[in-house]
Write a protein that binds this ligand. Structure first.
Ligand code: GRF
Length: 200
């Protein structure tokens, strides 16, 4: 059984989808902890499912590195097999990525390498593209630049604003994330091989 820790910053709707999937008896992974860099609304989903939460408030640390060290201590205490960033809106310090790579994945609301970064949905609308997408990647030292594990196109419709497009993307993200975690747990996806292949 793959143990998973999920890191969030916001509403946690993608986290909720993963919690629901993982509550199925035949799902080969279970969520053991949910962490956040702020008092995220998504903690309510973890509490509803009886999953422990931990808060490492970014603003209480004098540097990203100090915050990352404490986050690393909290994660190490849970010893998850896999760390999932799902709406975590902070870049992780290099030493934290080093410690967990390649067993750390992220969801992104764009068809990477298109529109990386914190405003992928807004950037897609600003670019006037007819389609964008959702991606699940391995976290590396860049910004949304790691090996792509799954991605799917999502149409941009006339009149879409950022919220409408993001709400159309999220269900695709959730489905991809649930499937990627399942495939990692079942061995269909080998994260070390995916990372090695990307860096070769
Ligand atoms: C998701 O689209 C995620 O990819 C992005 O922020 C959104 C988080 O949504 N980084 P939620 O907090 O899971 O509802």
């Amino acid at each position: 059984m793959l143990t998973v820790a999920v890191l969030i910053s916001g509403a946690g709707s993608n986290l909720r989808a993963l919690l629901e999937a993982a509550s199925a008896p035949d799902y080969p992974a279970r969520i053991i902890a949910v962490g956040a860099d702020r008092d995220a609304a998504g903690f309510a989903h973890a509490e509803e499912f009886g999953i422990p939460t931990f808060l490492v408030p970014f603003r209480q640390f004098e540097s990203r590195e100090a915050w990352g060290r404490e986050l690393g201590v909290q994660l190490a205490a849970w010893k998850p097999d896999l760390v999932v960033l799902s709406g975590m809106m902070r870049l992780l310090p290099a030493e934290l990525v080093e410690r967990w790579a390649p067993n750390i994945i992220n969801t992104h609301p764009a068809y990477l390498p298109e529109f990386p970064g914190a405003h992928g949905v807004r950037d897609a609308i600003a670019a006037g593209v007819a389609q964008t997408g959702a991606s699940v990647i391995v976290v590396d030292h860049g910004v949304d630049s790691g090996p792509i594990l799954a991605q799917e196109r999502v149409p941009v419709l006339p009149g879409d604003d950022e919220a409408a497009l993001h709400e159309r993307i999220k269900p695709v993200e959730r489905r991809l994330l649930i499937d990627v975690v399942r495939r990692i747990a079942s061995g269909d996806i080998d994260l070390a091989a995916a990372s090695a292949e990307a860096s070769s």
